[in-house]
Design a protein around this ligand. Structure first.
Ligand code: NAD
Length: 285
């Protein structure tokens, strides 16, 4: 029987820690750790994400400030807001919900956020620090995966970890974190010629592709631990269903432990955003 790595349980433990630390921070400094969430436009999915993030922040004892700007907001207006938040002593973390409307340059905007307030961990300074193995604000989704892996396996040293996907927000930082934890790391991507042969060698398999149930039983070594980052909406038997990148029914009987979708990596991402806000607040005081 494999272990189901429960993201709801582990994320609530992380949030409890954040709540405790936020209360201590308040006692020490007389202010709550502050998270500013900026949303530009009306994208329905982004509106849901922002609502969830601010709700979770408030529950965790953080001061959450939401900025909702219209779709046609200019780069100059957005930059002025970022500059104001960079200089605000009660704002410790700044998150700009992506994607931005087409006329705004995401890269430029991320670079305008003060690195010490970049709670998404996307600023080039934080990306560079992570790849140098130095202390930095780490992207929330791969950080959440690491917490789940360490809770499940303990020390990861010497394990062969295979990451499927090389995006800047998941695959690459995931590979850096696993390397920092002394794993031997292989990254598989869309141009890899022998993906199954490589993934069959994994003690730890992290799937971050965005392709529904692509990873079947012929991708895994029996006894490995699987983290499924994928979130894909499919139609099955006339119903909309959320599935991961891993074929759970096929893979689960073979493995040591596996995250479900939903209820795996998803809840960890928001919890790590709150955790990053607290880390940022502590670094700034
Ligand atoms: P992305 O599209 O930016 O990157 C996908 C990566 O997969 C690319 O690097 C590509 O090279 C690789 N790839 C594509 N086809 C492949 C194939 N056939 N074989 C091997 N590699 C292949 O996606 P992303 O932003 O990294 O997100 C990946 C998935 O994770 C998506 O389903 C996304 O919704 C999900 N996601 C979940 C969370 C969460 O909180 N759970 C957060 C971020 C992303």
């Amino acid at each position: 029987m494999s272990t189901r790595i429960d993201g709801k349980v582990i994320s609530s433990q992380v949030l409890e820690e954040v709540k405790k630390d936020a209360a201590e921070f308040y006692q020490q400094f007389g202010i709550k750790p502050g998270l500013a969430v900026v949303l530009v436009g009306e994208d329905p999915a982004s509106q849901v994400y922002v609502r969830n993030k601010t709700a979770r922040a408030t529950e965790s004892g953080l001061n959450s400030i939401e900025y909702r700007l219209p779709e046609d907001t200019s780069e100059q207006t957005l930059n002025l807001l970022i500059e104001k938040l960079n200089n605000a002593p009660d704002v410790h973390g700044i998150l700009v919900q992506l994607p931005l409307p087409d006329h705004l340059d995401e890269e430029k905007l991320i670079a305008a956020i003060a690195p010490e307030k970049d709670v998404d961990g996307f600023h080039p300074v934080n990306v560079g620090a992570l790849s140098l193995g130095k202390k930095s604000l780490v992207p929330c989704t791969p950080q959440g995966c690491m917490i789940m892996l360490e809770k499940t396996l303990g020390d990861l040293s010497g394990k062969h970890a295979v990451v499927v996907g090389r995006s800047n927000i998941v695959g690459k930082p995931m590979a850096s974190l696993l390397l920092k934890a002394n794993c031997t790391v292989t990254v598989i991507h869309s141009r890899t010629t022998n993906p199954k042969q490589l993934s069959q060698q994994a003690d730890i398999l992290v799937a971050a592709v965005g392709s529904p149930e692509m990873i079947g039983k012929d991708w895994v070594k029996p006894g490995c631990t699987v983290i499924d980052v994928g979130i894909n909406v499919i139609e099955r038997e006339g119903k909309r269903k959320l599935v991961g990148d891993v074929n759970y029914a096929e893979v689960e009987p073979l493995v040591n432990a596996i995250t479900p979708v939903p209820g795996g990596v998803g809840p960890m991402t928001i919890a790590c955003l709150m955790r990053n806000t607290l880390i940022a607040a502590r670094q700034q005081h």
